[in-house]
Design a protein around this ligand. Structure first.
Ligand SMILES: [Zn+2]
Length: 291
């Protein structure tokens, strides 16, 4: 591995096509953020930024350095978790850029409630910038207000937390939804993608294969959950997670439980699992669906 690609604060050319794209890695590495949040700077004259990251002055400074005096016209925000959007206000105050993204829904967890985009947009809308075009693609699943951004000239998709490199995203019910997540992946399959630029990790070069692998992973997990339900009979999330996620390290199980719940809610909707209780209550018993 080339370690220089993981130095926070440096702008590194992504080099996947005709349009200039730089990645600025934020120094917020952690269990949940991997090597840190990727901020992308797109274009050569009037530029755009994707995901300003957390509200960390040192990271905002690094983005300003990467701009190197060029006007920032657009700030695109994939979603409003604390590692992606809170740096927006400081960057907008310094540059006057327009902010595009979706405000969080009120029942969503871990959200940047202060995020307020400058205007609403439609799924599929295209924004013509200076020398490049960005298409806005609503991709609910990880959370309901997740958006991916397609740099049309290069088929490069900024995926936020919808598709990550080296790990799979947590789905956070009730705002996050497994059915929506899979539908959003299917939606991406229909787009002319050539590379994926994730919110965490490295650029991925084979989008079709990455998406297929992710869908297969989810389907395998769903099957493991169905098997666990059949083996255990009525069981709580705490019990089910130990069986359905027996390949996951113990310290990650609290997060695995959230995605497990997202799978169970989908299975309930598909008439393959059932519960008499409140799906969000940890004491609720889940069982295989019976007609
Ligand atoms: Zn996130």
């Amino acid at each position: 591995m080339d370690e220089s690609r993981f130095i926070a604060g440096q702008a590194i050319a992504v080099g996947t096509g005709k349009v200039s794209v730089q990645r600025v890695l934020c120094a917020n590495a952690s269990m949940m953020t991997g090597p840190g949040t990727n901020t992308y700077v797109v274009g050569e004259r009037d530029v755009a930024v994707v995901d300003p990251g957390p509200d960390m002055p040192v990271h905002t400074d690094a983005i300003m350095q990467a701009l190197a005096g060029r006007p920032l016209k657009w700030i695109f925000v994939t979603h409003t978790h604390g590692d992606h959007s809170p740096g927006t206000s400081a960057l907008q105050a310094l540059t006057g850029a327009s902010v595009i993204g979706m405000a969080p829904s009120p029942d969503a967890l871990y959200q940047d409630a202060g995020f307020s985009p400058d205007r609403l947009f439609k799924d599929g809308e295209r924004i013509v910038c200076d020398g490049f075009t960005i298409q806005l693609i609503h991709t609910p699943g990880h959370v309901s207000n997740h958006v991916c951004f397609l740099l049309e000239e290069d088929g490069l998709l900024f995926t936020g937390d919808h598709i990550l490199q080296g790990t799979t995203p947590v789905i956070l019910p009730p705002d996050g939804d497994m059915g929506d997540y899979l539908a959003s992946l299917e939606h991406l399959r229909g787009l002319p993608l050539r590379a994926l630029a994730p919110g965490h990790g490295e650029i991925m070069q084979d989008p079709a294969q990455v998406i297929s692998t992710l869908v297969r992973h989810r389907m395998r997990r769903e099957q493991k959950i169905i098997t666990a339900l059949q083996d255990l009979g009525p069981a709580t999330l705490d019990t089910l997670v130990l069986h359905a996620y027996d390949d996951v390290a113990g310290h990650l199980l609290p997060w695995a439980k959230k995605t497990l719940l997202a799978h169970l809610i989908k299975l309930q909707r598909d008439h393959r699992a059932s519960t008499d209780g409140d799906a969000t209550d940890v004491a609720t018993l889940w069982a295989p669906h019976r007609d």
